[in-house]
Write a protein that binds this ligand. Structure first.
Ligand code: SF4
Length: 409
């Protein structure tokens, strides 16, 4: 058993003594997963749009499989992607699904005791998790989200009941009962976390940008509701505040403010640094463009309702459901609020709902005189569209926007 997951075990050994709150948080999550493996405790796969708060409250180990593949020091995902390909998974399925299938086939991922998967954001994820259920035999709970819940009481009621169903499912499979006093503590701690998140999001509006973007927090999937997660985001917020107070900026001369729709190119974290060398800053990415309400912790019902509602606004969850209006409005509002100079859209080939919004978005941008560029790149597989190609497209576009600004257009 202990020979398995050596790369992650090695990363844990390196990270576990760290003082930095962000590294500490990652190490604790990683250590928690590895201990669960070694001690035979239940592991819950929370697909990356399902928050870890209920699992934290139930003392169950959440493992967002996609994060396993993105950890600092994680091995290349190519072997896993190739294994998925050999099984017959098409390359158009985005990295998130192909990685999880392939890593399961190669036994690179600790197996789940159960899985919780919302019906958003895309068919790729729903298909991938069905394959994983077949491969691992682990029970899967699909948390079914109605098409439109924003202002529809009945639909929201349905969603909250689905969320309660996910909790009952975890209780049944794990044999653990949710303790509502503990749930309240977790909700209160998560409210503190979200307060810091929102404060940071506001500060990223400052012009020139004080810190390289984007702003956000992966803790919602690993540890939200634990003080260690709150410490991590608070440390990032304090660093951001200090930069604002000292007048520090992300780049020496801010030439272009970019609103990035949708996900960063996760296989190339250096891309944003390369753009920064040109004087281009990422103010906000639309997948993290979201607003959260504090959870009312007065009753068990209000807590679960608050958690269910909040989950609808996480990464990919907010825009990956319902009509295209949400992502289009979010993008255009972000452009206004963050005083953007342009919009760059990066979409995976299989991201059908996102690509379905391209036409409307480009029409609206044209009407409003907003420079917009759309390009293809898988979020995690560098072989689909190469680094050179991405840089050629992005670089040419940024130069055009800079020329336009110089000309006062
Ligand atoms: S990027 Fe698109 S296709 Fe990939 S997981 Fe997110 S919503 Fe699905």
């Amino acid at each position: 058993m202990t020979e398995k997951y050596q790369v992650h075990r090695g990363a844990y050994e390196l990270l576990k003594g760290a003082e930095d709150p962000n590294t500490k948080n990652i190490a604790q999550w990683l250590g928690g997963v590895l201990s669960a493996v070694d001690e035979g405790k239940p592991i819950v796969y929370n697909q990356f749009t399902f928050w870890g708060d209920t699992m934290v409250a139930m003392d169950l180990q959440p493992l967002a499989p996609e994060m396993w593949g993105l950890l600092p020091g994680a091995a290349s995902s190519f072997p896993a992607l190739d294994a998925a390909h050999d099984l017959g998974i098409p390359p158009e399925m985005c990295w998130a699904g192909r990685y999880v299938i392939g890593a399961t086939l190669l036994d690179q991922l600790p197996p789940p005791s159960m899985m919780v998967l919302p019906s958003y954001p895309c068919d790729n994820c729903k298909t991938a998790y069905q394959v994983i259920a077949e491969l691992t035999g682990a029970p899967l709970y699909l948390v079914d989200c109605p098409y439109w819940v924003e202002d529809d009481e009945e639909a929201m009621e349905y969603w909250v009941n689905q969320y309660k169903g996910a909790i009952s499912f975890m209780e049944e499979i794990s044999g653990k009962k949710l303790d509502y006093d503990r749930l309240k503590e977790v909700a209160e701690e998560s409210n503190r976390y979200i307060e810091y998140w929102l404060e940071g999001k506001e500060l990223m509006r400052v012009k020139p940008l004080p810190m390289k973007g984007p702003w956000g927090g992966g803790e919602i999937l690993t540890s939200i509701g634990l003080p260690i997660a709150t410490d991590a985001i608070k440390a990032r917020l304090d660093a951001l505040k200090a930069r604002v107070a000292n007048g520090e900026t992300a780049v020496p001369e801010e030439k272009v403010r970019v609103v990035w729709n949708y996900l960063p190119v996760l296989w190339n974290p250096k891309l944003f640094n390369w753009m920064a060398e040109m004087g281009a800053v990422i103010t906000v990415t639309i997948n993290s463009w979201t607003s959260f309400e504090p959870i009312d912790t007065s009753t068990p019902e209000s807590i679960i309702r608050g958690m269910a509602k909040r989950a609808l606004h996480g990464y990919m969850a907010r825009q990956g459901r319902g009509s295209s209006d949400i992502i289009i409005e979010d993008t255009l509002n972000a452009f206004e609020e963050y005083q953007g100079d342009c919009i760059i859209v990066n979409g995976a080939f299989g991201c059908k709902w996102l690509r379905g919004s391209y036409g409307y978005l480009s029409d609206l941008c044209r009407e409003r005189g907003i420079p917009v560029m759309m390009f293809d790149a898988d979020i995690g597989d560098s072989r689909v569209v190469s680094d050179e190609e991405v840089k050629a497209r992005v670089g040419e576009f940024l130069e055009t926007v800079m020329e336009r600004k110089k000309g006062g257009a």
